[in-house]
Design a protein around this ligand. Structure first.
Ligand SMILES: C[S@@+](CC[C@H](N)C(=O)[O-])C[C@H]1O[C@@H](n2cnc3c(N)ncnc32)[C@H](O)[C@@H]1O
Ligand SMILES: Nc1nc2[nH]cc(C(=O)O)c2c(=O)[nH]1
Ligand code: SF4
Ligand SMILES: [Mg+2]
Length: 225
């Protein structure tokens, strides 16, 4: 089995509930959504910065397993992208020799079903303003994915809401309500560089619903990958 991987690198987790831990990142290429704020670009070849190599894509399962098993001093392995759920079979084919962390747009519930053994789920709840079209279908699939990968004794699941400067407060509250039973907490993540005044006002309202924290993309302020 093979998958198209854009980069492999060590860094601190710059976002969400585990901000600051040292992770090995596996960034898959390609995505099924097109968030207007997306900061991610993909490289043709796989740039393995962790091992100082550049490989042709697609990369083999065996190679990724070896990279994971030889990783030093990490809290966990973060599968991200692009959208890692597009590569659910590949991820499910890996032996979980480390804590596995999934960074996902949560829009593919049937793929999510294959990854119930993962330890940490950092799931996005996309706001209406993020997408050009098809929001209702994405949201319905997001609710299903969070229900499948819900927070439990064996799994830590939290929701990240990435927010532009202006958004529909009532709509975001209602969407968050729809998944609040499935997540440990909400992280409000400003679109990088945007004004955060409305994000702070949303936090005040959302605290009536659940533990809600405002955490920016710390790695960008530190100037690390
Ligand atoms: C690049 S995405 C990859 C994982 C998955 N496709 C997703 O969207 O959750 C990783 C995280 O970065 C966030 N993100 C992407 N571009 C951003 C930006 N310009 N400002 C803030 N967060 C951003 C996404 O919303 C997501 O939480
Ligand atoms: N340091 C660092 N932390 C991150 N957390 C989520 C990221 C992502 O692009 O998935 C990311 C990233 O790209 N870099
Ligand atoms: S789902 Fe994630 S990778 Fe895909 S466009 Fe949105 S932010 Fe970018
Ligand atoms: Mg990133």
């Amino acid at each position: 089995m093979r998958a198209s991987i854009s980069e492999i690198f060590y860094s601190i987790q710059g976002e969400g509930l585990f901000c600051g831990v040292r992770q090995l990142f596996i960034r898959f290429s390609g995505c099924n959504l097109d968030c207007h704020y997306c900061d991610t670009r993909y490289s043709e070849k796989c740039r393995d910065y962790a091992n100082g190599r550049e490989l042709e894509n697609p990369v083999s399962l065996d190679y990724v397993q070896k990279v994971i098993d030889s990783a030093k001093s990490i809290h966990s392995v973060s599968f991200t992208g692009g959208e890692p759920l597009l590569h659910a079979n590949f991820i499910a084919g890996l032996e979980k020799t480390r804590t596995f962390y999934l960074e996902s747009n949560m829009s593919l519930p049937e793929k999510a079903r294959k990854l119930k053994h993962l330890d940490i789920i950092a799931g996005d709840l996309k706001v209406r303003e993020a997408l050009k079209a098809g929001y209702e279908e994405v949201y319905e699939n997001t609710v299903r994915s969070f229900r499948i990968l819900r927070d439990s004794d064996e799994r830590v699941t939290f929701a990240k809401i990435v927010l532009p400067e202006r958004f529909d407060f009532e709509d975001v509250m209602a969407r968050a309500q729809g998944i609040s039973d499935y997540v440990r907490c909400f992280i409000l993540q400003p679109v990088f560089g945007s004004d955060v005044r409305n994000v702070l006002k949303l936090q005040e309202k959302m605290l009536e619903l659940a533990d809600t924290r405002v955490i920016p993309q710390v790695h960008k302020y530190l100037g690390v990958r």
